[in-house]
Design a protein around this ligand. Structure first.
Ligand SMILES: Cc1cc2nc3c(=O)[nH]c(=O)nc-3n(C[C@H](O)[C@H](O)[C@H](O)COP(=O)(O)O)c2cc1C
Length: 204
């Protein structure tokens, strides 16, 4: 029985995307099927023009990743949310996707499935943990079984947060996170896939 992992992320500049791809590698290594989906932009072109490269980066990602849909919640055994920090909390673009899921929520389609979250920031103390944690109440309301990273793997003693993987772009526009950050994301992907597989068996 295959385990299906939906990674629904928003990224404007690629840092969250990089983590999402590493998390997907981990889930794939665990034998899961993975869908990487980028939530669409909701701000106007005048905002996207404020920083050189934003519009191009968004267009590149939109060509690579479909938008996440409500129907995919049926398919998914795990839903993993990834967001850049916006003042210490989830980005409006990802929240807009989540807010489109009320119908699936009412129908109990999240119940007993695995949920997990990760984030990217500008600086190391710029709100990684609060951003990931801002997704925890949402996952609880949806009825997901929250899968934190914890300290259940040696990679967690070198990077990440116990709540989810993290990368900081360190003042750069384009980030290439160190491998220690990506290792945490891969581990998170493996862990989420394992837990989601076990929960799927329980749901029958
Ligand atoms: C409106 C806005 C608010 C932001 N707030 C913060 C913040 O509070 N702390 C921080 O470290 N970075 C903040 N950032 C920066 C992004 O979260 C950071 O660059 C992130 O790595 C971008 O991820 P992405 O490359 O996936 O888009 C903010 C960016 C924007 C546009």
């Amino acid at each position: 029985m295959t385990t299906n992992v939906l990674i629904a992320f928003y990224s404007r500049n690629g840092a969250t995307e990089t983590l999402a791809k590493a998390l997907a590698e981990g889930a794939l290594a665990e034998g899961a099927e993975v869908r990487l989906r980028r939530a669409r932009d909701i701000v106007g072109p005048e905002v996207m023009a404020q920083v050189p490269g934003w519009a191009e980066s968004a267009a590149r990602m939109d060509a690579l990743y479909q938008a996440p849909t409500a129907e995919e919640i049926d398919w998914a055994d795990a839903i993993v949310f990834g967001s850049p920090t916006r003042y210490g909390a989830v980005a409006a673009e990802l929240k807009a996707y989540i807010d489109s899921l009320g119908g699936a929520w009412f129908q109990g389609k999240f119940n007993g499935k695995a949920g997990s979250a990760f984030s990217a920031t500008m600086t190391h103390h710029g709100g990684a943990e609060s951003t990931t944690l801002s997704l925890y109440p949402i996952m609880a309301h949806l009825g997901l079984i929250i899968v934190p990273t914890g300290y259940a793997d040696p990679v967690m003693f070198g990077a990440g947060t116990p709540y989810g993987a993290h990368a900081a772009v360190d003042g750069k526009q384009i980030s290439t996170p160190p491998d220690s950050d990506l290792e945490v994301a891969r581990y998170q992907g493996r862990r989420v896939a394992r837990v989601a597989g076990a929960l799927k068996t329980l749901r029958g």
